[in-house]
Ligand binder design. Structure first.
Ligand SMILES: *Cc1c(COP(=O)(O)O)cnc(C)c1O
Length: 389
């Protein structure tokens, strides 16, 4: 396809042709037996991707923000104390949502490019009795990856609900919801799950469902209330018709296609592919003397990379030049440094070929703007890394 653009932003990502074809089917009734079966399959396949055989999945039309809203509105009541652990823009969004429901929030915010330490979190949990802790697995604004495992463990120890924003991580970074005792892991369709935008996906632990059932006050969000959605999810899983709000029929058909592709590759293989490509990409970026935003490799995401522009280069000019090679990357998102960096998404069906294209477009753009590099330098490093495996 001549003039095809390569979309390398951290969501929406490029989607598999099978997924897009599935989207294009004639829309079925939401209570047709075929569709009921597809919906039921999606719920079952989600448990495999989340590694949560005991979890209660929810699939609702909306975006990742709705999934965050759903977690908070169902689990948090007015005056509840919630610890918000943030490594960027999306960590802070939890605080905004919590404020809407009258929670008392304490914000533990990492300096830009860093992650809040487990010690700092434990100190806070020891200090005060919290109802829940919110964490962002990969903050898409900074490319900082945190390890949810020790944090979820602490949360379990202090009897605090753990709510993980996995919008930029589910199906791209390692997640083991049941074993790690994470209470909520949520995402959206358009990121590593690999389905066009429009679905909010959430998995709740048995404990989370219990806490919701034992609420003292009603949920002050009509659309997101699990009271409305739990019977629907249970009905679809039992392959029975039901209705609350019309499901996004075509997106759910596409979700089934994508979850099947993910499980065919195998979730562990998929995570490894993300790690391998991200690691090679970071090394290639470093070979151009460009700096990655996260301060260390251990906290650099495998689903996207945030990269500082060189000081001598105008960011908009660089991205315009990259776009003229038909490669689309994203600008900065964190307000403090918005104009100082760009972001490259590498999740879902991303391949080494895609990243070679990004590096090649990036090198050409840098050279056109008189940045002193030898052409091919990053591609050679990338290639050598890939060949090692
Ligand atoms: C994209 C993203 C969101 C928001 O998802 P929307 O679908 O845009 O509402 C939330 N958290 C993280 C980590 C994200 O990457």
């Amino acid at each position: 396809m001549k003039g095809r653009k390569l979309l390398m932003i951290p969501g929406p990502i490029e989607f598999e042709p099978e997924v897009l074809q599935a989207m294009g089917i004639a829309t079925n009734s939401h209570v047709a037996p075929d569709f009921i079966n597809v919906f039921g399959n999606c719920l079952e396949l989600m448990r495999k991707v989340w590694k949560s055989p005991k979890g209660q999945p929810f699939i609702v039309a909306g975006t990742g923000t709705l999934a965050m809203d759903m977690a908070i509105s169902n689990l948090i009541e007015k005056e509840d104390d919630v610890l918000v652990v943030s490594s960027g823009y999306f960590g802070e969004r939890f605080k905004d949502i919590l404020n809407c429901y009258g929670a008392n929030t304490t914000l533990l915010e990492a300096p830009i490019g860093e992650a809040v330490s487990v010690e700092a979190i434990e100190k806070e949990l020891k200090n005060k009795s919290y109802k829940a802790i919110t964490i962002t697995h990969v903050d898409t604004s900074t490319g900082v990856l945190i390890d949810p495992k020790p944090i979820a463990k602490l949360a379990a120890k202090y009897n605090v609900l753990s709510i993980l924003d996995g919008v930029c991580s589910v199906a791209g970074e390692e997640i083991n919801q049941d074993e790690w005792e994470l209470d909520i892991v949520l995402t959206a369709s358009q990121k590593a799950i690999g389905v066009p935008p429009g679905l909010a996906l959430l998995m709740a632990s048995e404990k989370a469902m219990k806490v919701w059932k034992n609420r003292k006050t009603v949920v002050s969000n009509y659309y997101a209330d699990w009271k409305n959605w739990l019977p629907i999810m249970q009905a679809y899983e039992a392959r029975k018709p039901s209705y609350f709000g019309t499901p996004a029929v075509n997106l759910i058909v596409a979700l089934e296609a994508s979850l099947k592709i993910i499980n065919k590759e195998g979730i562990d293989n998929r995570i490894k592919r993300h790690q391998l490509l991200a690691n090679a990409f970071r090394k290639a970026i470093n070979a151009l003397d460009l700096k990655i935003l996260p301060n260390s490799n251990d906290i650099a995401a495998n689903t996207l990379s945030a990269v500082y522009y060189p000081e001598s280069i105008d960011g908009v000019a660089l991205r315009t030049k990259i776009a003229s090679s038909d490669v689309i990357v994203a600008g900065g998102l964190l307000s403090e440094i918005k104009n100082n960096y760009f972001r490259v998404g590498h999740m879902g069906s991303v391949s080494a070929n895609d990243l070679v294209s990004v590096l090649s477009a990036l090198e050409r753009a840098l050279i056109a703007l008189n940045y002193p590099i030898a052409s091919g330098r990053s591609i050679q490093v990338f290639q050598n890394e890939i060949l090692k495996n």
